[in-house]
Design a binder for this molecule. Structure first.
Ligand SMILES: Cc1ncc(COP(=O)(O)O)c(C=O)c1O
Length: 442
């Protein structure tokens, strides 16, 4: 991007540099001086940038869009609520229970639930509830998982500097400055799908493990998934040890199946977090699970405190009610699974034609692409894939009108509106993007 190729984007970035650190409202939106995107409008499965380039979007705002942008079925429900009833009052409304009951119909793992405004807040609530219930401290995390931007969840394996041949685990580092060392005191991190590692952690500190917190399908690590056996192992370990299993379904919930990843595995968590697809882009989140665990949220001296000014506001809940009703009553999941499978076929043909070994990971509505010969089983395996080629390929796709995150750790997200995508067009663009990526390397 340059002043001449994208004059409006260029001007907006210069202006925003005078107003915000890095010129963006979220640090991950900064893609450098040449690639940072400013969006003018969104519709269906497309977004249009400030210079009127239109993209078919597979990033979908990191996952929340499940039906399509500006879906009138949701927007009209929200407009009705705000014009006829209001936004917040600081009191309860009938919508609170209506939305919980919809979630309970779709997700048998939920007996009681509370709302939040973001995935981060939902995770914070679930973790605090697990600690309150168990009177224990430790939380076991999985390498490559992401659980939001609050201090305790902002520790991650330093994959960039990890030497795969060292035989050592990657070093755990903070996401940057301002995160106190003390915030990692109660964390234990294990690689996904390693029975040995989870056994070792339970042997070491089992009597203080409040919960295992896991994204069953790593929505922030190329949709690498827990094996069925590993998920069952975690369930059994938690049961035997009096620890709780928290599944973070902020990305997978209401996306990979009506009942989320738990429906696919047939294994229930004790507590679950939701956000993203729950409101088709409106900011709504929740956590919930076993009634006896959630009962620890009370005003007793030893109870867990939860709430907040904007919790269960009517904008969020009217959007959730409308979105969940559609997801529950229509065939959205069939549609997005079919479209996701078709798109993988298209991409696979292109990669094969260019002799690129590749594997897809995760469900069709949220799939990861890995250049290499194996489906990675954890974050350490991901390091062996050709993520540089992926980024080249992705940047070329973006140039030609297909939006996605240029990092193979972020999956492709499918929404109902993608059923209108012209697959022949997509194949042609993917073909060009891969040819250019290969040419750059030579
Ligand atoms: C699995 C998971 N948990 C939690 C979060 C945090 O959600 P939010 O960005 O809404 O705070 C995310 C965000 O991408 C996520 O993917």
């Amino acid at each position: 991007m340059s002043e001449s190729s994208k004059p409006n984007t260029y001007r907006l970035l210069q202006q925003s540099h005078t107003n915000m650190p890095m010129g963006v409202a979220d640090s991950y939106r900064y893609w450098g001086e040449n690639n940072t995107v400013f969006i003018k409008s969104c519709e269906g499965c497309t977004i249009t940038d400030a210079d009127d380039q239109k993209y078919v979007d597979f990033r979908l705002a990191y996952g929340p869009i499940i039906l399509g942008y500006r879906d009138t079925r949701i927007d009209q429900a929200v407009i009705k609520v705000i014009t006829e009833r209001g936004t917040i009052s600081g009191f309860s409304t009938d919508l609170d229970s209506e939305v919980v009951e919809l979630v309970r119909q779709m997700c048998p793992n939920i007996e009681k639930m509370r709302f939040a405004n973001s995935g981060t807040e939902a995770v914070l609530g679930a973790v605090r509830t697990a600690r309150g219930y168990t009177s224990r401290n430790k939380i076991v995390l999985v390498e490559g998982g992401f659980h939001g931007l609050y201090d305790e969840m902002m520790w991650k394996p330093d994959m960039d500097n990890w030497d795969a041949g060292s035989g050592l685990a990657p070093e755990i580092r903070s996401f940057g400055a301002g995160i106190p060392e003390a915030s990692r005191k109660h964390l234990e991190t294990v690689p996904l799908n390693s029975f040995e590692a989870i056994d070792a952690v339970f042997a070491k500190v089992g009597d203080d493990i409040a919960a295992i917190l896991i994204e069953p399908i790593l929505g922030n690590c190329g949709s690498i998934a827990s094996s069925q056996e590993y998920m069952q192992k975690l369930r059994d370990m938690c049961d035997a040890n009096g620890s709780l299993l928290i599944m973070d379904e902020v990305k997978s919930g209401f996306r990979v199946a009506k009942g989320g990843a738990q429906e696919l595995y047939g294994i229930k968590a004790d507590l679950t977090t939701y956000a993203k697809a729950m409101g088709n882009g409106y900011p709504v989140a929740a956590f919930g699970g076993r009634a006896d665990v959630m009962a620890v949220i009370n005003l007793d001296k030893n109870g867990v405190t939860h709430g907040g000014t904007y919790t269960a506001n009517m904008i969020a809940l009217s959007a959730a009610k409308a979105t969940l009703t559609i997801l529950n009553e229509t065939n959205v999941f069939e549609t997005i699974n079919k479209v996701g499978a078709d798109i993988q076929q298209v991409l696979s043909r292109v990669f094969t034609k260019h002799g690129i070994a590749h594997k897809f990971a995760g469900p069709n509505s949220m799939f990861g692409i890995h250049f290499g010969n194996i489906v990675p089983t954890n974050y350490r395996d991901w390091k062996q894939t050709n993520s540089t080629l992926y980024t080249e390929f992705a940047m070329n796709l973006i140039k030609h009108g297909v939006m996605l995150e240029p990092d193979s750790r972020e999956p492709w997200f499918i929404c109902e509106s993608h059923r209108s995508v012209d697959l022949a067009w997509l194949e042609e663009i993917a073909e060009r993007a891969m040819a250019e990526a290969i040419a750059t390397k030579q």
